[in-house]
Each structure stands twice: as structure tokens, then as C-alpha cells.
Design a protein around this ligand. Structure first.
Ligand code: ATP
Ligand code: MG
Length: 251
């Protein structure tokens, strides 16, 4: 299964990505955690040490390799460059999780992320997964990355939304774009839900297509998700999402 996680800024994409990484890991799977956000935070949210993250090699540092294999001519990029070795050399291992990160933020007003996104997309597409492995890709905020096609080749798009009209609007647009990209399964996760009204707002916002609703929990705010937690409301709801995600047919 290759899952991309998308949604408006700040809605909890990285939190949901990290929670799913932990739950898949708990289930004994090998997890490729892909941080596609240039403003990387999946590693920290997974509880990896900043020093280790600083030592790991982001994909953007492979400049020659990126231009050699992807090309940068005229906005057209050759897809499917040979990238098998990248996973080995560029992932950071943490238990059964392998973190791959696209890399750091560019200087203001410099070129776009197209070659890097194309390369990252190709890396993920090239991953041939064993039955007991999964890719979880934490996307950058908003919808622009969807127009770059980074999520192409993913079989599932999980769109995270808060109970706000603006994040629901982004969620609907992201769902349409994911469909256009050929992602076969597009589903939603509600996050930061405080009461039934919030849940209803979410349900109304996308015609009820939610895998589940994660509650807002003060104790979670800003903290890494080091372990799959036990029975608190957040983890119970996250487990429900996980069960639906892994049990429903992937079409
Ligand atoms: N259910 C929740 N309860 C409490 N805090 C939460 C919850 N979900 C996320 N948060 C907090 O909200 C903040 C934003 O979450 P997160 O970084 O996951 O969002 P994001 O969508 O990935 O943001 P960005 O668009 O910047 O990448 C973090 O401090 C996180 O701990
Ligand atoms: Mg994030």
C-alpha cells in the first residue's frame, strides 16, 4: 500500500502520517516514511533526534543525481529514472521505519521544487513493495504539490481536514486533483475534532466520506508521537482509521 497524506496547512497531516507509521510498525510492517514537505517535520514528529536528522541525507542534496537522472530541460522531466539505490543510501532507519526526506527549504524567490518533486515521485514509484511493507508520504500543505504529480503512483490519498470551511474546501479540491492524478482510492480523516458539531461540519463538508475522526487533544499538541499510544481517545480513533484503511478494498 502506498498512502499519500494531504490537506490544508496545519490540519494535522504530519501528525496523521506519524500516527499511521507507528500503527503499521506496531503491526509488524516495514514502513517507508516519506517526508515530501521541504519544510520537513515528519522525522521530528516521529521522535527522531534532531542530530540524527541533521546527519541524514535529504534527496535534494543529490543535485548531480537529480539533474543526471531527472533532467531539468524546459520543464519536462524524464520519469522513472533509475533510483533503486537511493533508498538504501538515503533513508534513516528507526526501528522498522525508514525515513526518506526530500530536503530543506530553498532561498526565497528561487526556482521551484519541480525537479526534486519529480525525483521524489520517481523514487516512490520505483519502490516495489513486499506484502509486509507500506509507504506513507507526508505531503506539503495545500494543493500545489498535487499539480506537480508527486503523488502519482500512490494507491491511496488520505486527505486530512479540520472542521473549518477553509480546510474542507482544500480537502475537496485535493480530492478532485487526486482523482485526476489517477489515485484510485481517495479518503478523508477528520482531525482536531472537539465535539459532535465539529464532526457534523466535517461530514457535511465532504458528503460523509470519512475513515474516522481524531479528537483534539491538548496533551498531544506540538509533541512527537514516539509510540503508538494505548487507549486514550486520540489513539483509539487513530486505530479505527487504521483498521478501516487496512481492511477496506483499495479501489
Ligand atoms: N488531534 C490533535 N490534537 C492536538 N494537537 C494536534 C492534533 N493534531 C495535530 N495537532 C498539533 O497541531 C500542530 C500542527 O499539526 P501538524 O504539524 O501535524 O500539521 P500539518 O498539517 O502537517 O502542518 P503543515 O501544513 O505545517 O505541514 C502540531 O503542533 C500538532 O501537534
Ligand atoms: Mg506537516
Amino acid at each position: 500500500m502506498k498512502i499519500a497524506i494531504s490537506g490544508k496547512g496545519g490540519v494535522g497531516k504530519t501528525t496523521v502520517a506519524a500516527a499511521l507509521c507507528r500503527l503499521f510498525e506496531e503491526d509488524g510492517l516495514l514502513v517507508y516514511a516519506v517526508d515530501a514537505d521541504p519544510d520537513a517535520s515528519l522525522g521530528l514528529t516521529l521522535g527522531l533526534a534532531e542530530a540524527d536528522l541533521a546527519r541524514s541525507r535529504p534527496l535534494v542534496e543529490m543535485k548531480e543525481l537529480i539533474s543526471e537522472r531527472v533532467g531539468d530541460g524546459g520543464g519536462m522531466f524524464t520519469l522513472n529514472p533509475k533510483v533503486d539505490d537511493v533508498i538504501e543510501n538515503f533513508s534513516l532507519a528507526c526501528g522498522n521505519i525508514r525515513l526518506l526526506r526530500m530536503g530543506s527549504v530553498k532561498k526565497a524567490a528561487t526556482a521551484c521544487y519541480c525537479p526534486e518533486n519529480s525525483f521524489l515521485g520517481a523514487v516512490v514509484r520505483a519502490l516495489v513493495l513486499e506484502k509486509d511493507a507500506v509507504v506513507i508520504m507526508d505531503m506539503s500543505a495545500g494543493i500545489e504539490h498535487l499539480t506537480r504529480g508527486t503523488a502519482q503512483g500512490m494507491d491511496t490519498m488520505l486527505i486530512v481536514s479540520e472542521p473549518s470551511p477553509t480546510s474542507l474546501k482544500t480537502a475537496r479540491i485535493a480530492a478532485d486533483l487526486a482523482g485526476e492524478l489517477g489515485v484510485s482510492r481517495v479518503q478523508f480523516v477528520g482531525n482536531k475534532v472537539r465535539n459532535e458539531q465539529d464532526q457534523q461540519r466535517l461530514t457535511d463538508g465532504v458528503n460523509g466520506r470519512f475513515l474516522g475522526f481524531l479528537p483534539y487533544e491538548d496533551s498531544l499538541f506540538g509533541l512527537p508521537l514516539i509510540n503508538a499510544g494505548t487507549d486514550d481517545p486520540f489513539w483509539s480513533a487513530a486505530r479505527e482509521v487504521y483498521c478501516k484503511l487496512t481492511s477496506e478494498p483499495q479501489t
